[in-house]
Design a protein around this ligand. Structure first.
Ligand code: CAA
Length: 692
């Protein structure tokens, strides 16, 4: 065996050279990895005793991509293209042996091998689009040559990790080998290739699948149209599509040049910078400074949920999805039956779309049982209370949980803003109490705000963070304050949106500006969707707000066919002359003075106070770092990922500009706009949030 460099070994197994890469955690293509591979392949190719070469990786995965931490600075030689050239140009068959994930540059390396074998649990993909990029190492030109144009478009614009079995059916994997026997069976496969005299299959020379798409530009137009909503605002999907067009219409080398040019454009642009930031922000959020990685966790084998409404039911599904049994508690049999039926309906809908099998529907429904008595929670490891937002009810529930639940069980509340310390104080075990704030629909939304109260133990925090990952959520640890991080910041935007209407902007003007900024919908369209009558009581309504008036007219949102907007049968929204008149009358009634409101003002009034509130949250220590706030907003509130998040956006607009606007608004409209001392300090010191 010879060690090529600290991360690469080259050994000879009989007549097969085996190159082993070992660069934890994910064998990313750092400078050392590129150098090791380059030299190992050159040596193996020159070694007369080797008839074939196998590339295999140690640790949890095959190469998971370029080393993203190197992006943004000049890369040391050898470049990835040099490595790929020695692999593809080798004079003997090269076999990539894949386990874990072959992603991005990792798959692009494997696509230069002449053959690929994989274990069934492996997954292959080109996820660059999620970093605002495209595969810049020939992936856009090679993948469609293997899997065809439509499959390549779908893989590249979704970034999906394709399971090995599916990859084999697409021709991306030549042979599936047994789990745990990758190395030996890859070597055996290499011998078979040699014995059968199979050719050095170079993907770059395979054009049949591209020929099938030649002269059919409609393939691309149809794809663009079908995905227009999903791709809106993002540059990378369109650039990926253009590269596949180039693969079809240009010779291989020219296609590579097109890929390089478009890759460089994306890499130097603001969207990719924001999306790469988001990737690391999400991982950074998992690190809690005073909770060590090895903090013991509490085994969670059974969960109890109080409240079988939309929220409780959605939360229950998360646990059943990963095989954890759930007991759902309701006060009345009827409500419990309704809750369980809704869960079943949701699963059946997923199954009808092919998301899960009919067996899985039964399995998951079977894991969720119901009970009418809280005593059924005596043996659960975690309880999540998801009832009305009323402090007295919550206190009563936690008092009873304290008496019923076994010692060490985690007692969580799904409150979206109540004081968790006050709730914890009614128990004799405040160290076990934590907030687990799910977002609706809880079985879909990725964000989980984990709320640390004064006495929450580190074990309970560590367990909650790990459990969140297990159920596929993006967790962010926040502190107790009204609305926590997400809703507290949302409150700023909502307040300004309402005020702007009283100043002369129409709801659809405000929605349009925020939609164009990249949010999936504006606040008024959102209200119509959720129902204007949430929290509205007919008997007490006295026309004191525009919402009151609309509800009194039975314009209660999409469900009544009208709210701020008018809706047709297909629920398409149209600005409403009725609402416009209601607003105008209301303005006259209140003696306000409407004026022309510009789009620029709408954006600044809605967004800058959010940034300012984020600064206050940091100052109070309710979020650990600015990027955590951005993770909350990306995953829970539809902030466009290509704009980073409110704090990232603030840095990029420039904090001096944000501060100046807040001061201007404060002078005109009062202390709601008072700049946060942290914002003032950062500006005075010429710093930004990223310097914190
Ligand atoms: N470069 C550098 N570091 C990376 C990395 C990469 N490509 N991928 C993962 N890491 C790091 C993570 O930051 C994390 O570090 P910390 O432990 O310090 O936080 C560590 O590896 C483990 O990552 P995860 O926590 O994400 O582990 P996981 O097991 O949940 O997931 C994974 C593993 C599926 C590989 C996931 O990390 C992932 O999706 N990585 C990114 C893959 C990717 O996008 N590749 C394409 C890169 S761009 C490219 O290749 C361009 C090109 O064309 C040349």
């Amino acid at each position: 065996m010879s060690q090529i460099n600290p991360v690469t070994d080259l050994t000879l197994d009989g007549d097969v050279a085996v190159i082993t890469l070992n660069s934890p955690p994910v064998n990313a293509l750092s400078a050392a990895v590129r150098k090791g591979l380059f030299e190992a392949f050159k040596q193996a190719d020159a070694d007369g005793a080797a008839k074939a070469i196998v590339l295999v990786c140690e640790g949890r995965t095959f190469i998971a991509g370029a080393d993203i931490t190197e992006f943004g600075s000049a890369m040391a030689d050898p470049q990835l293209a040099d490595v790929q050239e020695v692999i593809e140009g080798a004079s003997k068959p090269v076999i990539a042996a894949i386990h874990g994930t072959a992603l991005g540059g990792g798959l692009e390396v494997a696509l230069c091998a002449h053959y690929r074998v994989a274990v069934p649990s492996a997954r292959l993909g080109l996820p660059e689009v999620n970093l605002g990029l495209l595969p810049g190492a020939g992936g856009t030109q090679r993948l469609p040559r293997v899997v065809g144009v439509e499959n390549a478009l779908s893989m590249m614009t979704s970034g999906r990790h394709v399971p090995a079995k599916e990859a084999a059916s697409l021709g991306l994997v030549d042979e599936l080998v047994e789990e745990g026997k990758l190395r030996e069976q890859a070597i055996a496969f290499a011998r078979k290739v040699v014995a059968e005299g199979r050719p050095l299959a170079k993907i770059r020379d395979q054009n049949e699948k591209l020929d099938a798409a030649k002269g059919k530009p409609e393939i691309f137009e149809t794809f663009r149209k079908a995905n227009a909503r999903k791709f809106r605002g993002f540059l990378a999907p369109e650039y990926n599509i253009r590269c596949v067009e180039a693969a079809v219409n240009q010779p291989f080398e020219e296609g590579l040049a097109t890929e390089r040019k478009l890759f460089n454009e994306l890499m130097s642009g603001p969207q990719s910078a924001a999306q790469r930031y988001a990737f690391f922000a999400e991982r950074q959020a998992q690190k809690i400074p005073d909770v060590a990685d090895d903090t013991p966790v509490i085994p969670v084998n059974k969960v109890g949920i109080i409240g079988a409404g939309t929220m409780g039911g959605g939360i229950a599904m998360n646990f059943a999805n990963v095989g954890i049994p759930v007991v759902l508690i309701e006060v009345k049999q009827e409500a419990l039956d309704r809750g369980l039926a809704t869960i079943r309906k949701n699963y059946e809908r997923t199954a009808s779309r092919g998301g899960i099998t009919a067996d899985q529907v039964e399995e998951r429904c079977g894991l969720i049982t119901g009970a009418l008595e809280m005593e059924a929670l005596a043996d659960v490891d975690l309880v999540i209370e998801a009832v009305f937002e009323r402090m007295d009810i919550k206190k009563d529930i936690f008092t009873r949980l304290d008496a019923i639940c076994k010692p060490g069980a985690i007692l969580a509340t799904n409150t979206s803003g109540l004081d968790i310390d006050e709730i914890a104080a009614v128990t004799k075990r405040p160290e076990s109490v934590i907030g687990l704030h799910f977002f609706s629909p809880a079985n879909v939304m990725k964000l989980l705000e984990i709320v640390r109260a004064d006495h929450t133990s580190k074990e309970v925090i560590a367990t909650s963070m790990k459990l969140a990952k297990k159920i596929g959520k993006v967790a962010v640890l926040v502190g107790v304050c009204p609305g926590f991080v997400g809703n507290r910041i949302l409150g700023q935007r909502q307040r300004e949106a309402q005020k702007l209407v009283m100043e002369g902007a129409m709801p659809w003007d405000i929605d349009r500006v925020l939609y164009d900024f990249g949010f999936p919908m504006g606040p008024f369209a959102m209200s119509d969707l959720a129902g204007l009558d949430i929290g509205w009581v007919k008997e007490r309504s006295k026309g004191e707000s525009i919402r009151d008036v609309l509800c009194e007219m039975d314009r209660r949102g999409q469900k009544t066919g009208a709210g701020y907007y008018d809706y047709d049968e297909a629920r398409n929204a149209k600005p409403s002359p009725v609402t416009e008149q209601v607003i105008k009358d209301f303005i006259v009634k209140t003696g306000a003075n409407p004026r022309e409101v510009t789009d620029e003002e709408i954006l600044e009034r809605c967004i800058y106070p959010m940034i300012n509130e984020g600064a206050k949250i940091l100052e109070e220590g309710k979020a650990i770092r600015p990027s955590d706030i951005d993770v909350v907003w990306q995953n829970g509130y539809g902030w466009p990922v290509y704009r980073g998040g409110p704090m990232w956006y603030g840095d990029h607009v420039g904090l001096p500009k944000v501060l100046a606007k807040m001061q201007e608004f404060q002078a005109k409209m009062g202390d709601q706009f008072k700049p946060s001392p942290l914002l003032e300090k950062l500006v005075a010191e010429g710093k930004s949030f990223k310097d914190l």
